[in-house]
Design a protein around this ligand. Sequence first.
Ligand SMILES: Nc1ncnc2c1ncn2[C@@H]1O[C@H](COP(=O)(O)OP(=O)(O)O)[C@@H](O)[C@H]1O
Ligand SMILES: [Mg+2]
Length: 230
Amino acid sequence: MIEATDIDTSYGGIQVLWDLSFSVSEEEGVVAIVGPNGAGKSTLLRVLSGIQPIDDGELTLWGEDIESLQPSDVVDMGFVHVSEERNLFNEMTVEENLEMGAYKRRENMESNMQEVYDLFPILDERSSQTAGSLSGGEQQMLAIGRGLMAEPKILALDEPSEGLAPQITDRMFEKIEAISEDVTILLIEQHVNKALSLAETAYLLENGEFVAQDTGQGLLESQHIEDAYL
Ligand SMILES: Nc1ncnc2c1ncn2[C@@H]1O[C@H](COP(=O)(O)OP(=O)(O)O)[C@@H](O)[C@H]1O
Ligand SMILES: [Mg+2]
């Protein structure tokens, strides 16, 4: 469970998140955060990961104050963030990248890897190829698979469809929906329609502030989305 109350953050004295309050529990399926480029979506995920400090407000993960947690503690507790950059080890194989995701979860590694391969069969086929040799879509699958190896309760995906062809994007959303049956997904997306269609709860972030919160469908049909994207 993530609980944020009035959190602020800044880069070098320039504030980019303002008074954000929200919560995400592992009872939820998909929670979406949408908003224009530069709104602060990726920054918010860095805050939740314990990488970017907060200036003000309160942020707890499963009751622990973020200030007392290292980024690796956050992963251990169950919040795993697949960043925009994907950060794969390009020279290492698919399988080795998956193993890296399991560094704290060695005991279930084999069965978790099998689950990732069942979800993304192409990764099984390519298991001994280097990550750097994969297509963009396959690399995104690998980044998500590596995140799943850490057994998250809440998995944050930062623009998983970025750079993917439309057909691959559709398949990616199907996979995200499938994952959300077991793991809560905190989804950041530019494909607003697709993200909001999947989400039970959704937030619209603009200039570092939440300007609307609703069900995914409710937000999709609201004037806010029309105003933000037209
Ligand atoms: N490392 C950084 N240093 C300084 N400013 C940054 C940094 N990262 C992001 N920003 C700025 O913070 C704001 C929010 O960026 P970001 O969180 O990446 O937005 P989004 O993910 O919604 O596109 C933008 O104005 C961006 O230029
Ligand atoms: Mg971003």
